[in-house]
Design a protein around this ligand. Sequence first.
Ligand code: URA
Length: 212
Amino acid sequence: MRVHVADHPLITHKLTYLRDKRTDSPTFRRLAEELVTLLAYEATRDVRVEPFDIETPVAPTTGIKLSNPKPLIVPILRAGLGMLEGMVRLLPSAEVGFLGMQRNEETLEAITYANRLPDDLKGRQCYVVDPMLATGGTLADAIRYLADRGADDITAVTLLAAPEGVKHVEEALSDLDIPITIVTGAMDEKLNEKGYIVPGLGDAGDRLYGVV
Ligand code: URA
């Protein structure tokens, strides 16, 4: 598994305002979207492309376009939805599937409560988006779910990650024989006893959508 901490100054700058507890929901949503677009740029470095011929006003040349099947973006509900627009902006021809996963706050285990994905993901490149890689339980389950359906290249895009979560994902998926990449805006210090990332930014879903 490859882990890429995308510590570009603009990413760290936007993260700083996301972390700040004084940042309100509308600003948080806008910043999260901008930040995801920057992370998506890093995460799509290996997106599959194929050559195709065009003519400039001056001469013929060869360019590239996204290969088929098109990549699949999979936001994990609910907080992953806040990252969808930023991904789609860079990959407008990608398809979007949804995976509803929630943490049991006591056991910290992930439960799948909804899915809207193609049954057959054979040969698909998938981009799983979820803002917080905390315990890693949800992300590991989501990646396995996609791999079991045939996805053969999976990149997770997260705003923040905790070392414990990255370790868990790596161990839980060590039997999978496909490229798995994690792209994150920062690797924070640790998880606290409630499973929150420290220093983190709090509950990403609540900060995006309010406490409901
Ligand atoms: N989920 C969140 O929204 N925040 C955390 O810090 C950990 C998990």
